[in-house]
Structures are given as C-alpha cells and as structure tokens.
Design a protein around this ligand. Structure first.
Ligand SMILES: Nc1ncnc2c1ncn2[C@@H]1O[C@H](COP(=O)(O)OP(=O)(O)OP(=O)(O)O)[C@@H](O)[C@H]1O
Ligand SMILES: [Mg+2]
Length: 354
C-alpha cells in the first residue's frame, strides 16, 4: 500500500465530530463541517401515542410532540437535570429518536456541553443518558456548557480553552458563573433563582396586571413573547388576540410587561454576579480575578440572545463594580454551546484522541 493510499484509508476511517447540548428547553446538535456546521435545534420533549391500527406505541419528540400532544408532552429535563429514573429513561428515548430522525453518526467523537449545577445525582443520571446514547462510539467527552458557549464568542478557533476569563451562563433554569483558566473551571457558582423561566413567569403575571386581569397567558406564550419581542435596543409594543370565555375575541397591546421582566432579570443577574460570585472568586483566586477582568466577560445561554442585553449587562456591571468591564457573546448564543462543543470534538479527532 502506498503512503497516499494509506492516508486516504485513515481519512475514511476518521469518525465524525459532533457537539451536543441537551438543555432543559432545547436540545442542539452541531455536526458536519466545523467552519460551516449543520445545526439542529429542537424542544427537549417527548410524547407517546398508541397506533390506532396496530396498538403499538410510537414516540414523537420536539415541536411535533409539543404542538400535537400539549396535554401529555413531557419535558424530561425541566429543572436542567433528570430528577428521577423515569425521566432518565425518557431522556434516553428522546436522544434515540432525535439521533435516528436526524441521521446522527454512531461512529463519532462527541462532545457534550453540560451544566454546572451542584447536583451529583442529577449529573450521574445525565452521564448515564449520554453514555448509553446512540452516538459517540469512538469517544464521548463532556465540557461545561459555558466553556463550550464561550468558544465561538472568543474567535474562530479554540482560544477560549487557552484564555483566562469569566463566563456567565443565562439559561432556562439556572444562572451560572465561573472563571476559566486554560479550560479549568474555577469558583463555579449557580443559582436557580435568576432564570429564563422566572422571566417567563413574571411576564405572565405582568401581562395579567397590564390588562387589568383580562388576559392570562401560559408559560409557553410568555416565553414566546420574550423570545420574539424582548429587545433592549428598540423594543416595539405588540398586540395579540385571545378568545374570550363568553365568546368573541379580545385584542390587547403589551407595552411594559416583557421589558419590565427582562430588565429585572439583568439587574438581578448583575447583582448576583457582582456581589456574590465575584467576591467568592476574588477570595479564592485574587490574581485570576484581576487577570480575568482584563478580558471581556462572556455571556452564554439562550437569554444572551436578547438584542442589546450584552451592552446592558456590561454597563450595569461596570456601574456596580465601579470599574470598566467589557462583556461579549457569540453570534447566536442559543446554539453557541453546541457549536463550541463541535469545535472541541473536531480538534479531538484531529489530535487522534479517540
Ligand atoms: N431569541 C431569544 N430571545 C430571548 N430569549 C431566548 C431566546 N432564545 C432562547 N431564549 C431563552 O433562553 C433560555 C434557554 O437558554 P438555554 O438554551 O441556554 O437554556 P438551557 O441550557 O436549556 O437551560 P439551563 O442551562 O438553565 O438548564 C430560555 O429561557 C429561552 O426562552
Ligand atoms: Mg444550560
């Protein structure tokens, strides 16, 4: 066999690289060419139904499950991690269906972006789901979600893994903060009190107040209002229509509810980061704290998608700390963790780590 034939064989033998984030709201997978990845995003939910003809049980996942079976759709990672054996099994089933439907390669090196939550049992269950999953026959690794999310925010390569910086992950169920030093996580902090889901709850309450009790929206609608309309740069009031119980429709306009809720979110997040996380970090690693603040704070997680939130966070954090700090985020924070994980997986393939 000539050298070139050999290297071609090796090339064909190379597993594919995949980045996966299984989030409480959405699951995101990034595959294909790292420079121009194929990204798939779906709701992390599942519904089963019985075939009317054969009596067999079928499984639906994602948007289809949520819209067709709102009465019994299950979000198995509601709190960020599986809470029971039952939801662990459901999550495995979800991953199987999702992988099959999207043709994910079993012969792969997979990097999972995982949350930094102080819950060992939950993390063990997540590990079980990942390890028994259909992909990653060659290698499975996990890295913190905020590190993966910072990768696309800090350049075209893997600079995030060489730098020292602070990351703040703003997800559905948790606010996480930590410092990274060459990929090592320092002083990890998380709280379940300041979250995207809490913002949705407040939006629902404020909408009720703003409409003098006439409009009650569910949390899915509140989330959609936030995702479609929250904007710190140029917010536009918007209208919606509900069916009234006695018949007929009622049209209303939302002026303040959405922005009040996200405004409080930023204040709460800045307060927690500046007054709880940072003092702990400074106490543990004074030098790292100083060094990290010379670099931009990287905001990750879906809430970082809100237009203008990075500038707001930067201004309010600078105010709170009494010194100029910068903040930054990736192009599309909602998919950044999966894309960053994909880049790490690709590098592991390149390094023959599998
Ligand atoms: N375009 C958008 N505008 C505003 N908010 C968004 C947008 N996209 C996603 N979000 C919000 O971001 C949150 C989801 O973020 P992310 O996907 O990082 O969470 P997660 O990883 O599932 O949750 P967690 O890490 O807390 O377990 C949700 O509250 C969602 O509504
Ligand atoms: Mg998350």
């Amino acid at each position: 066999m000539s050298d070139s034939e050999e290297s071609e064989m090796e090339f064909q033998d190379e597993p594919s690289a995949l980045g996966v984030k299984v989030g409480s709201t959405r699951t995101v997978v990034s595959g294909g060419d790292v420079a121009d990845p194929d990204v798939v995003r779906t709701l992390t939910c599942l519904a089963t139904y019985t075939d009317a003809l054969t009596g067999e049980e079928h499984v639906l996942y994602g948007e289809e499950a949520a819209t067709e079976y709102p009465d019994r759709v299950r979000y198995m990672l509601r709190s960020g991690l599986p809470e029971s054996e039952e939801t662990t099994e459901l999550a495995k089933r979800f991953l199987e269906e999702f992988s099959r439907a999207n043709g994910l390669d079993e012969d792969s090196v997979v990097v999972y972006a995982i949350p930094t939550i102080d819950n060992d049992t939950g993390l063990e269950r997540l590990t079980d789901i990942i390890e028994s999953g259909p992909v990653g026959e060659r290698l499975i690794r996990s890295y913190p979600e905020s590190l993966c999310g910072a990768v696309p925010a800090l350049g075209d390569g893997l600079d995030a893994i060489e730098d020292t910086f602070l990351a703040v992950n703003m997800g559905s169920t948790n606010l996480e903060a930590c410092a990274y030093r060459r990929g090592e996580q320092l002083s990890p902090f998380s709280t379940g009190a300041i979250t995207g889901t809490e913002v949705d709850r407040r939006i629902a309450n404020y909408v009720e107040e703003e409409t003098q009790g006439r409009v009650n929206i569910d949390l899915t609608t509140a989330r959609e209002y936030k995702e479609d309309h929250a904007d710190f740069e140029d917010y536009e009031p918007f209208s919606d229509i509900i069916q009234q119980p006695g018949g007929g429709t009622y049209e209303f306009t939302i002026e303040d509810s959405v922005m009040d809720a996200v405004d409080e979110f930023v204040d709460d997040a800045v307060d927690e980061v500046a007054n709880v996380f940072m003092p702990e970090l400074a106490n543990d690693y004074m030098k790292i704290y100083q060094q990290a603040l010379d670099n931009p704070v990287v905001l990750t997680g879906g809430m970082a998608c809100i237009p203008g939130i990075v500038d707001e966070f930067e201004a309010r954090l600078s105010d709170e700390l009494g010194r100029e700090v910068e903040a930054t985020t990736a192009d599309d924070p909602a998919t950044a963790a999966a894309r960053g994980a994909h880049r790490i997986a690709d590098r592991l393939v390149e390094l023959d780590e599998y």
